[in-house]
Write a protein that binds this ligand. Structure first.
Ligand code: HEC
Ligand code: HEC
Length: 439
């Protein structure tokens, strides 16, 4: 047995001690702000020990097989990054751009030629369902990506001018030939990981009750659920994770990330990231079959299930801002409240898909999501982003540099609401932003 796991087995109390506690809430132990790493109450010492093991599997780099690091070997052959933490730093949100032209690995690109409502996107014949920008030594990388920004200007009703930017992506060094002529791609940035266990617990019926696909109430907003395939439950379920609600359960999402982002196979996702047409990665040594055991996957699942919702810090203008937020129609999609078990949570999302207009479209279908639809992202935790991750890049591709820019990109079903935001006075806009940055 690996030494650290052995220690976990015999010294649960030692582990409890390693997870910082005190008068404030217990958090995971790492350097820097822990706004996305507060643990829920009532975890047993056994759970804390397992969660600590899960945090090690989450945060430490995985390596190529064979290796003396038996617990974390099996990386690749193609992968985007070597650890979960490298895209979700401090359990937070990755920064997709450092400067003009350079794309950081927390943004990834899903690719597919078409879509099936039951089995989901159909892989590109050469590249599969995701472009991996890294590979083991004897294998070629799939691609490199660069971005060029386009800038646009607009103005509020009071005349104040604003600027928006959007990235145009370029794939270079497509080492296994070109993408299929029918292939569409979808850029996705990594969200923070706080409160996901609570989202996992929301009753499907409570999400479905918010649907209005035919817009029968004539408010111009027609949310619909994404029914997506669950490898763990072996059926279609209401999706709630990913930018298009393309994944139904937290366990499916975690196992999918191990495979898609790092090339770590599990019983839920048994195939390596190596398509039939990629000859150089056939026969590369793997780290066991599967590379992460159900037990270890369970530890990472427990870890992410145990992170509490982000805490609200009321900034000046909070109450007035909340009123504007509701009055201009933001709450039609960013629903404040859900009940889970014995608790009320405030994610500010309906977990439904909405047509957000041409400007935000990726033109790639994902289960029931069209190329113009995105899941309303939860807004909780947004105010901690600068403090935890040192940036405020928002939306599915990180194009918005602030909460305000994110609002100004809203189109389609949310266009009316955006126009009402543009008509607010400077003071009202400030109050609304204060409210969102308090979440
Ligand atoms: C290469 C960067 C990258 C790596 C590595 C990575 N993630 Fe992610 N993660 C993302 C992106 C991008 C998304 C959004 C995916 C989508 O929209 O389909 C995401 C989404 C998630 C979500 C869903 C969050 C939500 O609110 O919907 C979870 C949970 C998650 N990742 C866990 C993990 C775990 C566990 C690992 C390690 C096994 C991991 N991630 C590794 C980039 C990454
Ligand atoms: C029709 C539904 C809808 C309405 C109405 C709506 N939003 Fe959104 N909102 C979304 C969706 C969907 C996204 C994600 C779009 C994307 O990533 O491309 C989003 C994204 C955001 C984001 C960025 C979140 C993140 O994590 O990247 C903010 C901030 C936001 N909305 C605030 C608002 C505010 C403020 C209003 C009211 C003016 C509003 N929204 C109205 C659906 C809506």
């Amino acid at each position: 047995m690996n030494k650290s796991l052995y220690l976990l087995k015999i010294f649960p109390l030692l582990i409890v001690f390693l997870i910082s506690s005190g008068t404030t809430a217990r958090t995971l132990s790492f350097s820097g702000p822990k706004d996305y790493a507060r643990l829920i109450e009532g975890l047993s010492s056994k759970e804390l020990a397992e969660l600590k093991a899960g945090f090690s599997l989450f945060s430490k780099p995985w390596v190529a097989a064979p290796s003396s690091t038996r617990v974390r070997d099996g990386l690749g052959p193609h992968f985007n990054a070597t650890s979960c933490m490298s895209c979700h730093a401090r359990m937070g949100r990755g920064n997709p751009y450092s400067e003009e032209g350079s794309v950081n690995h927390p943004i990834l690109f899903r690719v597919s030629t078409s879509n099936d409502l039951f089995s989901g996107p159909v892989p590109d014949p050469n590249y599969g369902l995701q472009l991996q920008i890294n590979s083991l030594a004897k294998v070629q990388r799939e691609s490199q990506v660069s971005a060029r920004f386009e800038y646009f200007t607009g103005s509020f009703s009071d005349g104040e001018v604003y600027e928006l930017r959007r990235a145009k992506f370029h794939f270079t060094k497509l080492n296994y030939g070109s993408l299929d002529s029918k292939t569409h791609f979808s850029p996705r940035t990594s969200p923070h990981l706080a409160g996901l266990g609570l989202i996992d617990q929301i009753d499907e019926e409570d999400i479905l009750a918010l649907e209005d696909p035919e817009d029968l109430n004539k408010d111009g907003i027609s949310g619909k659920a994404n029914f997506s395939w669950s490898p763990s439950q072996k059926k279609l379920l209401v999706g709630r994770f990913g930018h298009k609600a393309n994944v139904p359960t937290l366990l499916d999402q975690i196992a999918g990330a191990f495979q898609g982002d790092m090339g770590i196979t599990s019983t839920l996702f048994p195939s390596e990231n190596c398509s039939e047409l990629q000859a150089d990665c056939h026969g590369i040594l793997n780290g066991g079959d599967p590379e992460i055991s159900d037990r270890h996957l369970g530890f990472v699942h427990l870890l992410l299930s145990s992170i509490d919702a982000p805490k609200v810090t009321r900034l000046k203008g909070f109450n007035k801002g909340r009123e504007h937020f509701s009055k201009i129609g933001c709450t039609s999609c960013h629903r404040a409240e859900f009940k889970v078990k014995d608790r009320v949570i405030n994610p500010y999302s309906d977990f439904l898909l909405h047509d957000m207009g041409e400007e935000l479209a990726d033109n790639r279908e994902d289960f029931s999501a069209s190329g113009r639809e995105w899941k309303t992202p939860p807004l909780w935790g947004i105010g901690s982003l600068r403090k935890v991750n040192g940036h405020t890049n928002l939306l599915h591709d990180g194009r918005a540099r602030s909460v305000e820019e994110a609002i100004l990109w809203h189109g389609g079903e949310a266009k009316k609401s955006r126009e009402r935001y543009r008509s607010l006075s400077k003071e009202e806009r400030r109050e609304l932003l204060s409210f969102i940055n308090s979440l």
